[in-house]
Design a protein around this ligand. Structure first.
Ligand code: IVH
Length: 679
C-alpha cells in the first residue's frame, strides 16, 4: 500500500473507531459487535506500525477510551482501575506465551518449579468498584477511563446480590472490584417481555447491564435483573490482606460478596491450558456470557515484583474465546412453519463462525420484530449465538443499500401446504391454518411427541421424521405405532439396525405416564408442568377429557386461557380419535383416583421447595421429580411460604432471598435426608 493510500485508510479507520467508541462507551448503544471493533482497531494498529509517520496523538490506539456522562457524578478512583492485556491467540499457545513472559520478567531459571496461577472466568459485563466503609456500602462507581469513574451507587444498590453490609468483621475501608452482568435467562426473559409488549429487544446481556447501571433514573433498573461477581480489590485500609489472590477471593466470598466458583489455582502453563480447555467445553452451559478466562499470578508478592506496563499489570492476562457475536451478510429470509403452525422468519446467512460453531440460519422471531430491527436481504447483520439459545439476528450494520430492496412481507399462504395464513387480531404471530394437513406441522408435532420430555422415543430424529412424512408413511401420530420393519427398511439410509432400534424405541415409549402423554399431545398452552398438574389432579385421562371449564380451573396454576385450550382440544372429535388410537396402539400409564389417592410415603407432602444453583449429582429435572414424587412442590421463587431452599454451586439471588427471609437452606445431601423422611 502506498503511503498516501495508507494515510487515507488510517484516517477512515480513526473516524470509524471514534464513532463506534462513542456509541459503545458513552451511549451504550454499539452498532457493531466487539469482534468487528477489534478487527478495525487491529487494522489501524498494523497500519501505524508499518507507517510510523501516520501515528497521531489523537489516534484511538493511543489512549484509553471512556468518558464520564454529564448526568452521572464523576468520582476519582482512590486507586486506578486497570485493564488487562488480552491474549487474542485462542489456542493453548496463548497461555504458554503468558507463562513464558512472566517467568522471563521474574528472571526465573529454566529449571525453576512451575508458578502458581489463579485461573478464573472473564465475565462479560461492566466493571464496578464497591467501596465499603466500616462494612457498609457507601459508593459504587464504574470504571470510566480508569482514573475517573461515575457514581452509580443508587443503581448498584438495586442489585440484590451485592450486600449493602459485609458479613463478619469488615475492615475500616475496603474496595471490592468486580463485574456487574446479566444472566442469559434474565436477558431472555426481559426480551420475551419486550416482544410481548411489541417493544424493541435488547442486543445482548452486556450492553443491557451496562445501559441499566448508567441510567440516571434508577427505575430503569426495575425490570432488569443484574448479578455480580467480584474479582479483586481496590483501596484497602486496616486489613491484613491474604498473601495470595485466591486467598483474597476466598476472603471476599466470606464477606458475602459473590465470587464465581469456577476458579482454580493451577500450576504452570499446562495448568492454564487445561483450565482454558475445560472452561471452553462448558462455556455454552454457563448461565452467563464470558468472553474468555483470566490468569493471574497467585502470589501477591510476585505480583508486586512484576508490576505494570503502562496501565496493564504484567501478572495478569485475559485469554479469549471465539466471539459470540459476528457480522455477516443476510442472504435471504425464509419462512419456517412450527408445530402450532406459527410462521417464523428465519435468516439465511453467509455462514459465519460465531460462539464456537458455524451458523448459517438464525431466527428473526416475527415480522414485527424484523421490521423494528429494520433488516433486509443484502444487509450486513449482527448474529449472536450464546449458550444453547438459538442463534439470533440482533441488528444490522448501518450502511448503503442497493437501490431497491423490498420490505419483507409475510406470505398469505403457507409456504409448505398452501393453506391460508392468519394472524389473530392484536397478536404478533402469523399462523398456518392447515393443522395436521400441513406437512410442516405434522413433522413438528411428531418431533414434539417423540421428544425426550414427552414420549421419549429413542431413534426418531429430524431426518427420519422428514422421510416418514415426505414419503407419505405417516399422516397422523398413531400411525407412528403402525410402522413395521418392512416399511421402515424401505427408507433411504434406514439400515435394518436403525429400523429395529426405532421399533424398540417405539415399543419402550408405550410405557409412560399420563403427564408425559398429555404433554406429548401438544395441546396449546399445555407445557410440561401444566401437563403434570392436570395428570395429578384428574388421575385419569377419561376424567380429564370429561372435565368442564370450571373443573379445569380448579387445577393448580390453570387459568382461563389454559382451561379453554384444553377443553377446545378435547372438543374436537379428531383429537379424541387420535387419543383413542394411541391408547389402542398400547400406550399405557398407571391411573389413580387423583392426588388424594396417591400411595406410598409422602415425606414432603404440603412442602414447597426452591432449587437454585447446580447440585453435585442430581440434575434439576431429577431433583424436581424426586421432590414431586415425595409429595412436595417445586416453586421458581423464594417467598415466606417456601419451606426449604436447596442450593448448589453458583446459587444466585434465590439463596440471598432465602437468607433474607430466614428460609432454611440445604445442600443435596440435606435434600436426600428430607426425601428419606428425616424432616
Ligand atoms: S481483573 C488489574 N478479572 O475485564 C486487573 N477483570 O480489561 C483488573 N473482567 O474491565 C481486572 N472478568 O471488568 C479481572 N476475572 C476477571 C475479570 C475481569 C472480567 C473485566 C474487567 C476489566 C476487563 C479487563
Amino acid at each position: 500500500m502506498s503511503e498516501k493510500d495508507a494515510g487515507a485508510r488510517a484516517a477512515e479507520l480513526r473516524a470509524q473507531l471514534q464513532h463506534h467508541a462513542h456509541r459503545y462507551y458513552v451511549l451504550d448503544a454499539p452498532e457493531i459487535p466487539d469482534a468487528e471493533y477489534d478487527r478495525l482497531f487491529q487494522e489501524l494498529q498494523a497500519l501505524e506500525a508499518a507507517h510510523p509517520a501516520l501515528l497521531t496523538a489523537d489516534s484511538p490506539t493511543q489512549r484509553v477510551i471512556g468518558q464520564v456522562l454529564d448526568g452521572l457524578q464523576p468520582v476519582r478512583h482512590a486507586r486506578p482501575m486497570l485493564s488487562i492485556r488480552t491474549e487474542t491467540d485462542t489456542t493453548p499457545a496463548g497461555a504458554e506465551a503468558f507463562d513464558a513472559r512472566v517467568r522471563r520478567e521474574l528472571e526465573l531459571p529454566e529449571d525453576a518449579p512451575p508458578l502458581a496461577y489463579n485461573a478464573e472466568l472473564k465475565f462479560d459485563g461492566l466493571a464496578i468498584n464497591l467501596r465499603y466503609e466500616e462494612g457498609v456500602l457507601v459508593q459504587a462507581t464504574t470504571r470510566g477511563d480508569g482514573e475517573t469513574g461515575e457514581d452509580v451507587t443508587q443503581n448498584v444498590r438495586t442489585i440484590g446480590q451485592i450486600p449493602l453490609r459485609l458479613f463478619g468483621t469488615a475492615p475500616p475501608l475496603i474496595e471490592i472490584r468486580g463485574e456487574a452482568y446479566m444472566r442469559r435467562d434474565d436477558f431472555e426473559r426481559l426480551n420475551a417481555l419486550q416482544r410481548e409488549k411489541g417493544a424493541k429487544t435488547y442486543i445482548n446481556p452486556r450492553n443491557t447491564a451496562a445501559g441499566a447501571i448508567r441510567q440516571l433514573d434508577p427505575k430503569a433498573m426495575a425490570d432488569k435483573k443484574l448479578s455480580f461477581f467480584a474479582y479483586g480489590l481496590g483501596d484497602v485500609q486496616g486489613w491484613d490482606q491474604p498473601p495470595t489472590h485466591s486467598g483474597v477471593l476466598d476472603a471476599i466470598a466470606a464477606f458475602g460478596v459473590p465470587v464465581n466458583a469456577d476458579r482454580r489455582v493451577v500450576q504452570g502453563a499446562p495448568g492454564l491450558v487445561a483450565f482454558h480447555q475445560a472452561v471452553a467445553a462448558k462455556r455454552d452451559a454457563l448461565p452467563f456470557d464470558i468472553d474468555g478466562v483470566v490468569y493471574k499470578v497467585d502470589s501477591i508478592e510476585l505480583q508486586r515484583r512484576l508490576g505494570f506496563v503502562s496501565r496493564e499489570p504484567r501478572w495478569a492476562v485475559a485469554h479469549k474465546y471465539p466471539a459470540q457475536e459476528q457480522v455477516t451478510r443476510l442472504n435471504d429470509i425464509e419462512i419456517q412453519v412450527g408445530r402450532t403452525g406459527k410462521l417464523t422468519p428465519v435468516a439465511k446467512l453467509e455462514p459465519v463462525f460465531v460462539g464456537g460453531t458455524t451458523v448459517s440460519n438464525a431466527t428473526l422471531h416475527n415480522v414485527f420484530e424484523l421490521r423494528r430491527k429494520g433488516v433486509r436481504v443484502g444487509d450486513q447483520v449482527i448474529v449472536r449465538r450464546a449458550g444453547d439459545v438459538i442463534p439470533e439476528v440482533v441488528g444490522r450494520i448501518p450502511g448503503v443499500r442497493p437501490a431497491y430492496v423490498p420490505n419483507f412481507r409475510m406470505p398469505r399462504a403457507c409456504p409448505v401446504c398452501g393453506s391460508r395464513v392468519l394472524r389473530e387480531k392484536g397478536g404478533i404471530d402469523h399462523r398456518c391454518t392447515g393443522g395436521l394437513f400441513c406437512a410442516a406441522q405434522r413433522k413438528q408435532a411428531l418431533l414434539h411427541f417423540a421428544g425426550r420430555r414427552a414420549m421419549d422415543v429413542e431413534g426418531l430424529g429430524d431426518k427420519l421424521v422428514d422421510q416418514l412424512v415426505d414419503g407419505g408413511l405417516i399422516r397422523t401420530l398413531p400411525e407412528l405405532y403402525t410402522l413395521g420393519l418392512a416399511k421402515l427398511s424401505a427408507l433411504d439410509r434406514m439400515a435394518e439396525k436403525s429400523a429395529a432400534n426405532l421399533l424398540a424405541g417405539l415399543e419402550k415409549s408405550k410405557d409412560t405416564t399420563l403427564g408425559r402423554f398429555l404433554y406429548a399431545l401438544g395441546i396449546r398452552h399445555v407445557g410440561e408442568t401444566t401437563a403434570k398438574d392436570l395428570a395429578k389432579h384428574f388421575g385419569s385421562l377419561d376424567r380429564l377429557m370429561a372435565a368442564t371449564l370450571e373443573q379445569l380451573l380448579e387445577v393448580n396454576d390453570v387459568g382461563p386461557v389454559v382451561a379453554a385450550s384444553v377443553r377446545a382440544f378435547f372438543d374436537q372429535p379428531h383429537n379424541v380419535e387420535v387419543v383413542e388410537q394411541l391408547r389402542a396402539a398400547g400406550i399405557r400409564w398407571a391411573e389413580h383416583e387423583g392426588a388424594a389417592a396417591d400411595e406410598g410415603p409422602k415425606p414432603l407432602a404440603g412442602k414447597t421447595l426452591v432449587l437454585t444453583g447446580t447440585l453435585p449429582t442430581l440434575s434439576r429435572d431429577d431433583a424436581k421429580a424426586l421432590i414431586e414424587a415425595a409429595g412436595g412442590k417445586v416453586s421458581g421463587s423464594v417467598s415466606k411460604k417456601t419451606h426449604y431452599v436447596i442450593a448448589g454451586e453458583e446459587a444466585g439471588s434465590k439463596l440471598d432471598k432465602a437468607r433474607e427471609l430466614g428460609v432454611p437452606v440445604l445442600d443435596e445431601n440435606g435434600l436426600k435426608e428430607l426425601l428419606n423422611g428425616a424432616a
